[in-house]
Ligand binder design. Structure first.
Ligand SMILES: C[S@@+](CC[C@H](N)C(=O)[O-])C[C@H]1O[C@@H](n2cnc3c(N)ncnc32)[C@H](O)[C@@H]1O
Length: 319
């Protein structure tokens, strides 16, 4: 079940857009939510909003802490800050982030000011059976469900563990959800990610690792850039690839792999995707590069929808 929910406000209705009509279906309950998130939604719905439109995310963290991200028009944000009482009662219940820049409203004694984004533990990854706190924002990308993520991490832990002491290149590290499980068994890991705020979260996670895991910091190199456009790394320097791209897939990230001879390519390639349509296209390219699909998992982490998460382990045929 989900631990974060993205929905919209329109004319007093809070919910999701109707499949065929351009109107919001008011959602009082949702069978996709964890019990903690449903409770948070029920309480959140009691608020009377003074404006007509906006986007909202509710989140429940690993220790049950509540968060809300309010993405409203600037004029509505100003109304909210000036009105005060809604924000005050919301902050008694939850941590609040506001707008595309994820600012935090702070009461100065006589007015609200918006301060810089803050990183807190809103998600959790797993190194085998050991949970590891991940720092990010309410608004950050995370997998939708804490429990389903444990299943994903178990698969990743198992696969990476079968290639111990590998040099890994990762596409789409985000806040480090797959990075940390991979680091546990790897010799080194090069994390490639475009989103600066996610990487700030990953940095804070690395800084706050418990003493017994702090040696992992020496194994990771972080690279920020648009790696769907261009990758200057040489794949022959790596033993494995770990990829969890956005819906658009890997695109030009795969170009340098195709330019190598078969024997120079990394022996294994782990590919996780919530969008099989682009994954299939990338898998066709990988097949032409000599990889074949060895294991395959589907994790039903978007229950009661046609969407699902796919995890594939590919290995290069021995030359
Ligand atoms: C599906 S998310 C996976 C995040 C992470 N692996 C996790 O499990 O939470 C895809 C990640 O790819 C990153 N990304 C999207 N486009 C990218 C690009 N062009 N270059 C590098 N990273 C990109 C996103 O910012 C996001 O963190």
């Amino acid at each position: 079940m989900r631990d974060r929910l993205d929905f919209s406000l329109e004319d007093g209705r809070l919910g999701l857009y109707h499949k065929s009509r351009r109107e919001i279906v008011d959602l009082q309950t949702c069978a996709q939510l964890s019990p903690e998130l449903q409770e948070w939604l029920t309480e959140f719905r009691k608020i009377q909003w003074p404006f007509t439109k906006g986007s909202i995310r509710l989140r429940v963290g690993p220790q049950g802490q509540r968060g809300v991200w309010l993405d409203f028009a600037n004029v509505d944000i100003k109304t909210l800050l000036d009105e005060k009482s809604i924000l005050q009662s919301l902050q008694e219940k939850a941590f609040v982030e506001i707008g595309q820049r994820r600012k935090v409203p702070v009461w100065t004694g006589n007015e609200y000011k918006l301060r810089d984004p803050e990183l807190h533990v809103w998600f959790q990854t797993w190194m085998k059976d050991r949970p590891v706190d991940l720092y990010c924002q309410v608004a950050s990308f995370t997998q939708p469900s804490l429990k389903a993520n444990k299943i994903i991490c178990d698969v990743i832990n198992g696969w990476i563990g079968s290639f111990p002491q590998s040099r890994i290149i990762e596409f789409g590290s985000g806040i480090g959800n797959l990075t940390l499980p991979a680091l546990a068994a790897a010799e080194s890991l090069t994390a490639c990610e475009i989103d600066e705020l996610s990487l700030e979260g990953l940095q804070k996670t690395l800084e706050n690792l418990p003493p017994s895991l702090q040696s992992l910091r020496e194994k990771i190199q972080i690279h920020r850039g648009d790696f769907q456009k261009k990758l200057t790394k040489d794949f022959s320097q790596f033993d494995g690839v770990l990829a969890n791209p956005p819906r658009s897939g890997l695109m030009n990230f795969l170009n340098p792999l195709e330019e190598l001879s078969e024997g120079q390519r990394p022996p294994f390639f782990i590919y996780m995707s919530c969008f099989p349509e682009s994954m299939v296209k990338d898998l066709e390219r990988l097949q032409k590069c000599g990889y074949s699909l060895e294991e395959f998992y589907i994790v039903d982490q978007f229950p009661q929808t046609a969407h699902f998460e796919v995890l594939g382990l590919l290995q290069r045929k021995k030359t």
